[in-house]
Every structure is written in C-alpha cells, then in structure tokens.
Design a protein around this ligand. Structure first.
Ligand code: NAD
Ligand code: UFG
Length: 337
C-alpha cells in the first residue's frame, strides 16, 4: 500500500515514515518545508536504507497535490502538515486558518478527485480545552482557547461532515497528548526554529548549554508540586499508533476519534529531574509567572486506543529523556549541524 504522508519531513512525520516503511508500507512525503529541513529526510533514508519519494508542495495548492496523485496511486493519507505554535496562532490567526483548515479542505477535495478516501488526521489534546477532570476520555466536552486549537476542532468537524456526505470515507482522528523523545539512533528528532515553545526542547537546549535556564511557568497549580502536569508520549510510540490505525482503517465503519497518550501525568519539575538523570547535566530553572492559556493538568485515558488499535505506549519518561539527550547532544544545532 502506498501512503501519502503530508508534513512527512517534520518531527512526528519523519518518525512515522520510518515505522511505516519498516512495516512494509510505501511512503510518498509531501511537504513545503516551512518548518522542516531536507536533511531530516536524508537521515530517515539512512535509517531505513532506501530512497523515499518526496514531493515539495503546499497542501493549499490543488495543482501541487494533483501532481502527487497523478504520479502515484495513493491508498491512504496521513495528514501531519500544519502549523502548530499556539502563541503564533494568536498573533496570526488567518495564517493558521488558511494553512490548517483551508489546507485540509483542499487536501480532501483532491483526495476525492482521485478516489482516495482514507485519512488519518493529527489532532491534539488541546481540543479538550480545560478538562473538568482527568484522565481525559474521547467523549469529554470539546473547546478551544486559541486559533491553533480551533483549527484542529474545525478540521475534525470538516472530516466528520465529509463522512456524512460520503460514507465511503475512512477517517481516523488521532488526538495526541505531548509528543517528546526522538528516534533511538539519535539522528532525527525535534528541531524547533528559534526559541522553543515546548518544555522538552527547552530543557534539552538548557542541558546542552544553548539556554541559560528554563522558566517554569507557574508553581502554584493544584498539582503534585505546583507545576503543570502533562502526558508526555514518546514520538516512536505515537508513530506506532499511526501504523496500527492504518493497518485497521479499512475495517472501521465510521470515523474514529482516538486519544494517543500514555495515561500518566508528570509535572514540569519531574521532567526536569528525569532529564538530569538521563543527561547527567544540570538543568537550571527559575520559577516564572503562569503562561497565559495553560491548564494545570492534562493526561489521557488511553484505553480506547488499546481496544480499537491494540496500541499502548511502551516507553517511559526515562527513555524519552535519554533519546532526546542523544539527539540533542549529537546535534546541538539540530539538522544544520
Ligand atoms: P512539524 O512542524 O515538525 O511538522 C509539520 C510539517 O508540516 C513540517 O514539516 C512543515 O514543513 C509541514 N507543513 C506545514 N504547513 C504545510 C503546508 N501548507 N503544506 C505542506 N507542508 C506543510 O510538527 P509536528 O510536531 O511533527 O506535528 C505534526 C502534526 O501534529 C501537526 O499537524 C501538529 O499540529 C500536530 N500535533 C503536534 C503536537 C506536538 O506537540 N508536536 C501535538 C498535537 C498535535
Ligand atoms: N512549560 C514551562 N516552561 C517552558 C515551556 C513549558 O514551564 O519553557 C510548562 C508548561 O507551562 C506546561 C508544560 O511545561 O505546564 C508543557 O508545556 P508545552 O508547551 O510543552 O505543552 P502544552 O501542554 O502546553 O502544549 C502542547 C502543544 C500544543 C498542544 C498541547 C496538547 O504545544 O500544541 O500540547 O496536545 F495543543
């Protein structure tokens, strides 16, 4: 089976491409490289030991997408392409709606033209807003507090409408919790542009000496130590969730919405300690103000993924931190090094 991976040069897409190829799928990567480097694909090719078909283009362009479907008989799409910085989405909402929402609609339109009607979409735990309780189940109320989150909610709804209009569509909405970690080779990983927004790359850049200290956003939450609690999931476990979803997609009778998380929550300070253990480096930090829009606690109930995908996360926080450290210490400047 041939799988189109939009955003396949990015962080989660590159890890998923490896597992897809290892599972026997053929992959075509489609990416506009707005937040990725071609070097990531070169390194994925080195890991899997073969060349990968890559088409540079934008999901908002029907012409770019038609080139893919004309050149390849695509059986299913894993749709990672999108912009993902929450703060930036508040400053540039139209750019986010155009890229994430319009881009996804155009993608579905062109898929339909070529009778390709299977899609796995990267959604996010952000669609649960501030959950009334944890762990979070898929049927919890949905809300969004910023344009990025709303773009994910909108695409989920668009895809459900697409199914209502044509029940031949096979749709899986995967809601990721907090992806971290890197491939065990240490050759690919998360390579944020500029100042990282997310905790794990900030910790690893502090440990490697690129940042002086981590600002811990608030220590007065109602959590184990006052700092925010999240469900960190190893990116390779997350990638495996996509492979399991793809293996089963033909059998799903209706759109599936599935949490991909571990079910365990760790605080910011617990993650700092775990990283110090893994790297044997000191991670200096200072307590700072709460970050606007943050919630205290977020972790998944992952039992539905176990039931319908026969999937569960296998890697714990120590392995996540060891793998991030291998990637960060071997590539202190990311792919440009
Ligand atoms: P990433 O930025 O590393 O990867 C996204 C890729 O999409 C990049 O390679 C980028 O160049 C490409 N892209 C962006 N807009 C495009 C467009 N218009 N046309 C073609 N390519 C385009 O991000 P990631 O962390 O790998 O995330 C992948 C997906 O998962 C995103 O949709 C993101 O919103 C979602 N997600 C990520 C997280 C997270 O914390 N990393 C959490 C939940 C959901
Ligand atoms: N944090 C810090 N200092 C930092 C960065 C983060 O203390 O420099 C804290 C945050 O306050 C939070 C925790 O670390 O308590 C995790 O923050 P991240 O920014 O890494 O992750 P979030 O849970 O805020 O958001 C992430 C993605 C979103 C996605 C959401 C749910 O960035 O895109 O998970 O999937 F929507």
């Amino acid at each position: 089976m041939k799988i189109l991976v939009t955003g396949g040069a990015g962080y989660i897409g590159s890890h998923t491409t490896i597992l897809l190829i290892e599972a026997g799928y053929e992959v075509v990567i489609f990416d506009n490289f707005s937040n990725a480097s071609k070097e990531s694909i070169r390194r994925v090719e080195a890991i899997v030991g073969k060349e990968i078909a890559v088409i540079e283009g934008d999901i908002r362009s029907r012409e770019d997408l038609r080139k893919v479907f004309m050149a390849h008989k695509i059986d299913a799409v894993i749709h990672f392409a999108g912009l993902k910085a929450v703060g930036e989405s508040v400053e540039q909402p139209l750019r986010y709606y155009d890229n994430n929402v319009n881009g996804s609609a155009v993608l579905c339109e062109v898929m339909s033209e070529y009778n390709c009607k299977s899609i796995i979409f990267s959604s996010s735990a952000t669609v649960y807003g501030d959950p009334h309780t944890t762990p979070i189940l898929e049927n919890f109320p949905l809300s969004a507090t910023n344009p990025y989150g709303r773009s994910k909610l909108m695409v989920e709804e668009i895809l459900r409408d697409v199914y209502v209009s044509d029940s031949e569509w096979k749709i899986v909405l995967l809601r990721y919790f907090n992806p971290v970690g890197a491939h065990a080779s240490g050759t690919i990983g998360e390579d944020p542009n500029g100042l990282p927004n997310n905790l794990m790359p900030f910790i690893s850049q502090t440990a490697v000496g690129k940042r002086e200290y981590l600002s811990v956003f608030g220590n007065d939450y109602d959590t184990v130590d006052g700092t925010g609690v999240r469900d960190y999931i190893h990116v390779v476990d997350l990638a495996q969730g996509h492979v399991n979803a793809l293996d089963r997609i033909k059998n799903f009778k209706e759109p599936m919405t599935i949490n991909l998380g571990t079910g365990n929550g760790y605080s910011v300070l617990e993650m700092v300690e775990a990283f110090e253990r893994a790297s044997e480096k000191k991670v200096s930090y200072k307590i700072a103000e709460r970050r606007a829009g943050d919630i205290a606690t977020c972790f998944a109930d992952p039992s539905y993924a176990k039931e319908v995908l026969d999937w569960e996360a296998k890697r714990g926080i120590d392995e996540m931190c060891e793998d991030v450290w291998r990637w960060q210490s071997q590539n202190p400047s990311g792919y440009i090094s």
